[in-house]
Design a protein around this ligand. Structure first.
Ligand code: GRF
Length: 218
């Protein structure tokens, strides 16, 4: 069966992108990374992708008069590479509503909190400040509302008394690198039901609780 062609959008270091590239190097992985697009020319992840032989493109949002014209250019680049799933991996640009509507059901993001808690930026510090004992990361469909699309899977980690933003960020990031390749695998296997706003997402053939990873690692 043909592999799912994945386009990854980044703005920075690209550690989640690197985890996906590594996963996709396995012969039996059902998805391949077709292209990596960054809105920033100095994103560290661009070098990692190029070294892995993946086509990279820089599309600077500064070159476009408004969000939608930038979004349409990104979309055209993804379509040129025959992308079937768009994966946001530290992409720090807010879309116009056109982009998530155009890619509805084929556009996912990873966020470093257990949504719907802690949206926006510095969410690990938000979790520490709130005194929660558990946090983690969420992979979700992207809809026009920020950090609000239907949840596909989550990974949970402990929040410790003496955690700093850095230590909690690192603990969550290790789980991001497990969770995201797993979710993209499910898409490649055609097991994720595309979902509109408000609906619950189902993944076929998983044991109960299979869309939740736990890590007790401190
Ligand atoms: C990750 O924490 C991800 O959850 C968030 O942005 C960060 C990107 O890190 N959306 P990286 O570029 O993948 O290393």
């Amino acid at each position: 069966m043909a592999k799912l062609r994945v386009g990854i959008l980044i703005s920075g270091r690209g550690s989640n992108m690197a985890a996906l590239i590594k996963a996709a190097q396995a012969a039996d992985y059902p998805a391949e990374i077709a292209c990596v697009i960054s809105n920033k020319a100095d994103a560290g992840g661009l070098r990692i992708a190029a070294d892995a032989g993946i086509p990279t493109t820089v599309i600077s949002h500064r070159a476009y008069p408004d969000r939608e014209s930038f979004d349409r250019e990104v979309s055209a680049a993804l379509e040129k590479h025959g992308v079937g799933l768009v994966v946001l991996a530290g992409f720090l640009r807010i879309f116009s509503s056109w982009f998530p509507e155009h890619w509805a059901g084929r556009l996912i993001n990873i966020h470093p909190s257990l949504l719907p808690s802690f949206k926006g930026l510095h969410v690990q510090q938000q979790a520490i400040d709130a005194g929660v004992r558990v946090s983690g990361c969420t992979v979700h469909f992207v809809i026009p509302d920020l950090d609000a699309g239907p949840i596909i899977a989550q990974a949970a980690v402990p929040v410790l008394q003496d955690d700093t933003e850095d230590t909690l960020t690192a603990r969550i990031l290790r789980q991001e690198h497990r969770l995201y390749p797993e979710v993209v695998r499910w898409f490649g296997e055609g097991r994720v039901s595309a979902s509109g706003n408000g609906a619950k997402v189902a993944v076929e053939g998983l044991p109960p609780g299979g869309t939740l990873l736990f890590s007790g690692e401190l």
